[in-house]
Every structure is written in C-alpha cells, then in structure tokens.
Unconditional design. Structure first.
Length: 256
C-alpha cells in the first residue's frame, strides 16, 4: 500500500529521492524565516492564534522544521506515514479543521515559489521541476493527515449514531410500557364507570382518573429524552391508579 501511494505521487524511485533532497537544499537556508513568517500569517486569525498559543509557537516551529527535514531527506515509508497519521489524529483532537490546514499549505507553496523564482530566472524548466517535487511532497503529507482526520470524524459520528440508536430503543421500550399503563388505566376507568354509574362520586372518580392519564401522557412526551424520569413517571401513574381504584371501590360499596 505504501509503495502504491508513493508511485501514485511520483515519489517512489531513487531519482525522486534525489529530487526531494535537491529541493530541500534550495529551501533549507530560508526555512527558519519561512516558518516564522508562516506562523505570523496564520496567527492573524484569532481562532488560529488561540490554537497556536495553546500549544506554543516555539514548539510548533521546531516541530515543523524537523518534520520538513524528514519529508524531503528521509524515507517516505511506513514510519513516515505513521508519523503523519499521528499528526492527523492530533489535528482532530485540537480541532484544526481542514480549511485551515489546507490554507496553511497553500500559503507555504506561494512563499516557496516567491523564494525560488529569482534563482531560476533563466531556467524555468528547473524551477518547474523543483516546485513540482515540493508540491507532490506537500500533497502526500496533506492526503495522509486528512485521511486520518476524516476517518476519526467518521468514527466519532458512528459512535454517536450507535448511542442514539440504543437510546431510541430504550425510549421505545419505555413508551410501550407507558402505553400499556395508559390502557390499563383506561380499562380500570371503564370498570369503575360500570360499577359506580349510580353515584356522582364514582363519576368524579372516573373523570379524575382520565385527567391523570392525559396529564401524565403529556409529561411522557416532555420527558422523552430522560429515561429515568419516564420510569419514575410510570411508577407515579401506577400508584395513583391504585389509589383511585381503591377510592372507586369504596364509593361502589357505599352505593350498594
């Protein structure tokens, strides 16, 4: 897989390795100033400035210099790709969105072009070759880091969807229990009405039971997002139903 990727980016042969090293030799005298200018640029954004300050600009500059030295002079095998993958994971953790990451690379490429152009005024083919190598190295680096970034995003999204599905099943179960409780209350109300139709007290009791059911079913809707509260609510409905049934039985007995 590593070889396939490097072949796709035209970075797999020894001649490509020498081209990377030659490009780095041109860039190296300017890298310290270029990296400082880069961070001066990105910290003009308050969002990025906050992120840089949280990590420390000196630390980031040193890390960038080390990373680019390896990108242009070291092997681009599994070890390199694993390191860039860790960079992508770090971007995910700190919340560095692709729009800032890609924009940073675009800025660097523009500055590098401005640095190298005066050195090859009469050799545009050589300039194009050097810039081509630099662009491919940058593109490879971005591709690996962004792939990891989006993979981690998808993992987080899948985890959220799984939690939502589990929660939905739990709520559906509690809703079924609530519906059963409501049916039981309705049956109880009908029985009470049949048994105590002769008295006004029994009619009042039946109306009171129906009101309790309606009120608690409305509460079930409001508390849909809280399973514990729904369970407590059902328990309360059951207790009140038992009390109302007892009252109805007493009234029925009084009515003869």
């Amino acid at each position: 897989m590593v070889t396939e990727i490097l072949r796709f980016y035209h970075l797999h042969e020894a001649t490509h390795d020498r081209a990377r090293e030659a490009a780095y030799a041109l860039l190296q005298p300017h890298l310290n100033a270029l990296i400082k200018k880069f961070y001066g640029h990105i910290t003009q954004s308050p969002h990025m400035a906050q992120m840089v300050n949280r990590v420390g600009q000196d630390h980031l500059e040193a890390a960038q210099l080390k990373h680019w030295a390896h990108c242009f002079t070291g092997p681009l095998g599994a070890e390199y790709q694993a390191r860039v993958q860790r960079i992508g994971e770090a971007h995910m953790r700190i919340g560095l969105e692709p729009k800032w990451y890609i924009g940073g690379y675009a800025y660097l490429l523009g500055e590098i072009g401005a640095i190298l152009a005066p050195q090859f005024k009469k050799k545009p083919e050589e300039l194009a070759a050097h810039l081509g190598v630099i662009q491919r190295v940058f593109a490879l680096d971005m591709a690996i880091a962004l792939t990891v970034y989006f993979d981690k995003k998808m993992e987080a999204l899948r985890a959220i969807l799984e939690m939502m599905e589990q929660f939905s099943h739990q709520v559906a179960g509690q809703t079924t229990q609530a519906a059963a409780a409501a049916e039981e209350l309705s049956a109880t109300s009908s029985n009470i009405a049949d048994q105590t139709r002769a008295t006004n007290a029994v009619v009042d009791t039946t109306q009171q039971t129906a009101g309790v059911v309606r009120g608690h079913m409305q509460d079930l809707g409001k508390l849909f997002g809280n399973i514990d509260q729904v369970l407590k609510l059902i328990e309360d409905v059951a207790k009140q139903t038992n009390l109302l049934s007892l009252n109805a039985a007493i009234e029925s007995a009084r009515a003869g």
